[in-house]
Design a protein around this ligand. Sequence first.
Ligand code: PHE
Length: 359
Amino acid sequence: MEDVDALRRELLDAVNAAGDLETLDQVRVRALGKKGRITGLMKTLGDLDPEERKAAGQRLNALKEEVGEAIEQRRAVLEEAALDAQLEAEKVDITLPARPESPGRVHPISQTFDEVTAIFAAMGFEVAEGPDIEDDFHNFNALNIPPEHPARQMHDTFYLADPGDGGERPLLRTHTSPVQIRTMQHTTPPIRVIAPGRTFRCDSDMTHTPMFHQVEGLVVDRTTHMGHLKGCLIDFVKAYFEVPDVPTRFRPSFFPFTEPSAEMDIGCSHQGGGLTIGAGDDWMEILGCGMVHPNVLTACGIDPEVYQGFAFGLGMERIAMLKYGIPDLRTFFDADLRWLRHYGFAALDVPTLAGGLTR
Ligand code: PHE
């Protein structure tokens, strides 16, 4: 048998000489791999007599262990050195001044969220959140949309893969209304929340994108009525569009989770090619709303004999397009820097009611 001591020295030297992880791994393969030196010697044990085999086997096992340990130790040293080198190479000097020629811009959707939140916060609303991945109960059933309800077809739902455990398929929420359910399930009225967030529908054309944004509103208290709903939304559109007098009208509509239901239109004018919000000869639909359906309150454990509420839902992209004159919905999601530079907002101009929403 080959001189085990000489082999030991040779292998340990090679381990310590390895200057990087790749070389170290080559050493490991040469020593301990399938065709490695130590492995090769192990295979010859079978040819020895029992006595010799025992002694040689022990020596080889000890060698294998020692070399293995030396490799692990060396690996730890090299890994740390590699990390240090990477940290050094990727060091960023955070004390450098920002480059004035390429300031970041706030996306119009983020800006619109901030504006809407500022307006409703001033009215005493809190911000509520819910998950993008929902279940049937929160997105449909609890909202008075039972299975087979025709409204389900209108939602073009994205379903996720079957979990395979007999459970139902999760889905991407088709509106922010499930946040109404989640809020009512864990709060005792009075409730006053808005829920901004992403929503998803399997729909894509000029005026639809598979992902878009909504803001939900929900107020529940003992005496909440339709007058509160109207007053709240009329104040909102005046503040949001920054025009003192926006004509509004509420048209009867239908949603399974509100009764009565309405759609709100605002006055506008198409004169001179552009679109102007405010008095004019035309109307533009901007949101859906209504009084929370008693079945919805009941599904959330709230007694409809004691409490009533109103809810509304509006599309973020739509109100951003109207306010900022952005003609094409799909450009919101193109991630085109030129577009962002044109329609984006300065990062430090945080919208507030006192300081102005847009400056
Ligand atoms: N969830 C409805 C939609 O996506 C909007 C809505 C919300 C209507 C709340 C009434 C009350 O179309």
